[in-house]
Design a binder for this molecule. Structure first.
Ligand code: MG
Length: 290
């Protein structure tokens, strides 16, 4: 199934997207739950509850699609340098505070987080902050946790995956480099475009799907999640070793080669640009830069 969150006539809704992507069938949910997007539905399924009744379908073009988890219940987990070619381009950029001489490929996953308030939906503007001159895009497959847990073994991890969405891990490179810890430069307001909807794991094999990014129509990134250094089971095993994972947790799996910092000179985002991230089996996430 595909679950979309939206606004219509000043109210939040969450619904099932039809196979032809033309309609949405809203779930009969209280407003307070609809405001959190797919969160309540993921929790219900994790408990084994049946989903709420469906209301009559609406045309998808009539609603304003928002992020499927507009305010995740806690920080978004993110993975740094998780594709081989990107690890090399970033280590060579001069902005990589984690780079070690002689070793571009991390021995263990590099984990950082973005604050929930950085999330915006499809079509929402990525706001250029006055305090950075080096704003970059990062196309990523995001994993959505279904059933939570702690100490999840890699061999059992995929059973904890509810599904997937598209995430653009927007980054202020100068802040990422200068402040050592990546959290601030990754968490500016509007720096986490997400959407357009969630796709359940029975509909998409996230372990081998295509990830692409375009800026003003120019292809910048094009890779497969099969090239991840640390695969999804390994990421879940690592994160859950000491941190309990909960339904609705988001894990951004890292970005492939082709980010702006990898070009000489760098191709940073500018006001007026349009960034589009595509993932096979999900769709596309497009955001203007303002
Ligand atoms: Mg990233």
């Amino acid at each position: 199934m595909k679950i979309v969150a939206y606004r219509l006539n000043g109210r939040s809704g969450v619904g099932l997207v039809s196979a032809d992507l033309q309609h949405v069938q809203p779930f009969d949910l209280p407003e307070a739950q609809s405001d959190l997007g797919a969160q309540a539905l993921i929790e219900m399924q994790a408990r084994g509850d049946t989903l709420p009744a469906l209301l009559p379908a609406l045309a998808l073009h009539e609603v304003q699609i928002v992020a499927p988890l507009p305010r995740p219940r806690r920080n978004i987990f993110c993975v740094g340098k998780n594709y081989f070619a990107h690890a090399k381009e970033f280590a060579g950029s001069g902005f990589d505070s984690s780079a070690k001489s002689g070793g571009d490929i991390p021995a263990d996953p590099i984990i950082f987080t973005k604050v929930p308030e950085s999330v915006v939906g499809p079509g929402a503007a990525i706001e250029m902050p006055a305090v950075s001159m080096a704003i970059d895009y990062e196309a990523e497959l995001a994993v959505i946790i279904g059933r939570g847990g702690k100490g999840i073994a890699a061999k059992d991890a995929m059973a904890h995956v509810w599904g997937y969405t598209i995430l653009n891990d927007i980054t202020a490179r100068d802040w990422q480099g200068r402040h050592q810890q990546w959290h601030m430069g990754k968490s500016f307001d509007t720096f986490c475009p997400m959407g357009p909807w969630l796709v359940s794991a029975d509909e998409l094999d996230g372990t081998k799907t295509g990830v692409r990014c375009y800026v003003n129509g120019e292809e910048r990134q094009n890779a497969s999640t099969a090239d991840l250094i640390f695969d999804i089971p390994k990421l879940i095993e690592t994160l859950s070793a000491g941190i309990t994972l909960y339904p609705g947790d988001v894990i951004a799996t890292g970005t492939p080669v082709g980010v702006g910092i990898g070009f000489k000179p760098p191709k940073y985002l500018q006001a007026g640009d349009v960034v589009r991230v595509e993932i096979d089996g999900i769709g596309s996430l497009e955001n203007p830069v303002r």
